[in-house]
Design a protein around this ligand. Structure first.
Ligand code: PLP
Length: 419
């Protein structure tokens, strides 16, 4: 950081400004976390300099013998952590990991089945604005309107009707566990590849807090920066029979040179996840999400699907008469960072939305537990009901008290230091 500050005060100011922002508020974005100083050190290393197209021992550049070790170690740790037969750590992001998985199994125009974005799926699961909906024939399933759980009957009916080559499970706003065995059965019935996009919950799988999709799926894609708490990036694990197809799709079909500093940082993160303390963290993430959800329900926010089994909850705000967009703004003004989110069958456009999404990964990394979740729920309730902003200062003071007692990156002169 000293080198950065000496050369570029503007960007050094951005880095410290962002650190202060992280420290100063409650970070409840379900897809964010505070990665460790060890991961940040690998990210800020000279490994960023190296071109290493190809795979360990099979590169298109000389001088890869050192970075090869990082990728080999990372692959071995990923296989151990997830009980997987093969791992690819090269996707630069979750969207890239999905593009690689589709590339391995689909040709342009092929049909696949994915969860609709407004029901909790991800952009890359078949929306028209993404490559996934532009290049493929994406058929979309959703949740049952009564239970707000995935409608497995609909998935089966659509699979029988459209005979997709691939079925993807997973998404960005699914609070409940997914029945991977049910998806596997449907995929087998129609001869489809079964892919799980575990970006959101793979950290809970790594921490053995929820069941793993790995034994059921042909291929599992994920991001490394959410509950998992690693560097921003993507990864894929798959059955050995698909290893060559996945590797060829990641490089050279989809990407050029891998980001070796990010690959090394993923390896560091997997080592951290293999420590027993990480399992306690994953369990606490869920306990906190559940406590927060209960608290928010007591504030008059309705938990979609009746609650959560994971790190995130989706809250229907219609009972409060406040839109998701207004709730996001009011919370933001008081230092509570969360996002508006469409709820299933939302009468509002996505830019307004009837819900908010909250997640517990970052606040759990800060060491907060159930009593703090109660306080956070009442602060959110107060912020949302505060139409004229008259209580913003009071809520912000409550936020400062909480984050002051559980600071993120607590060392004042070392922006990369961790709790
Ligand atoms: N898949 C899911 C389920 C996600 O939630 C996300 C991001 O939030 C992605 C893929 C895309 O990841 P990235 O933003 O790294 O491309």
């Amino acid at each position: 950081f000293e080198a950065l500050a000496a050369v570029d005060p503007d960007i050094a100011g951005v880095v410290t400004g962002e650190l202060e922002r992280l420290r100063g508020g409650l970070q409840l974005i379900a897809s964010e976390n505070f990665t460790s100083p060890a991961v940040l050190a690998a990210l800020g290393s000279t490994l960023s300099n190296k071109y290493a197209e190809g795979y360990p021992g099979r590169r298109y550049y000389g001088g890869c013998e050192v970075v090869d070790r990082a990728e080999e170690i990372g692959i071995e740790r990923a296989k151990e952590l997830f009980g997987a037969e093969h791992a690819n750590l090269q996707p630069h992001s979750g969207a890239n990991a999905n593009l690689a998985a589709y590339g391995a199994f689909l040709s342009p125009g092929d049909t696949f089945l994915g969860m609709a974005l407004p029901h909790g799926g991800h952009l890359t699961h078949g929306t028209k604005v993404s490559f996934s909906g532009k290049w493929f024939r994406a058929v979309q399933y959703g949740v049952d309107p009564r239970t707000e759980h995935i409608d497995y009957d609909q998935v089966r009916d659509l699979a029988r009707e459209h005979r997709p080559k691939l079925i993807v499970a997973g998404g960005s706003a699914i609070p409940r566990l997914i029945d991977f065995a049910a998806f596997r059965q449907i995929a087998d019935e129609v001869g489809a590849i079964f892919m799980v996009d575990a970006a959101h919950f793979i950290g809970l799988v790594a921490g053995k807090a929820i069941p793993s999709p790995v034994p059921h799926a042909d291929v599992v894609t994920f991001t490394t920066h959410k509950v998992l708490r690693g560097p921003r990036g993507g990864a894929i694990v798959c059955r050995a029979e698909h290893a060559t197809a996945i590797d060829k799709a990641a490089f050279p079909m989809m990407q050029g040179g891998p980001l070796m500093h990010a690959v090394a940082a993923k390896a560091v993160n997997f080592r951290e996840c293999l420590q027993p303390g990480y399992q306690a963290y994953a369990r606490q993430v869920i306990a906190n999400a559940q406590a927060l959800t209960e608290g928010l329900a007591a504030e008059g926010l309705r938990p979609v699907a009746g609650g959560t089994d994971t790190h995130l909850a989706l809250l229907d705000l219609r009972g409060t008469g406040v839109t998701g967009a207004d709730a996001e703004k009011r919370c933001d003004a008081a230092g509570i960072v969360l996002n508006k989110n469409a709820i299933p069958f939302d009468p509002q456009p996505a830019s307004v939305a009837s819900g908010i999404r909250v997640g517990s990964p970052a606040i759990t990394t800060q060491g907060m537990t159930e009593p703090e979740m109660k306080s956070i729920a009442s602060l959110i309730g107060a912020a949302i009901r505060d139409a004229d902003g008259s209580r913003t200062a009071e809520v912000a003071a409550g936020v400062r008290e909480l984050v002051g007692a559980h600071p993120a990156y607590p060392h004042p002169n070392r922006p990369t230091a961790h709790p």
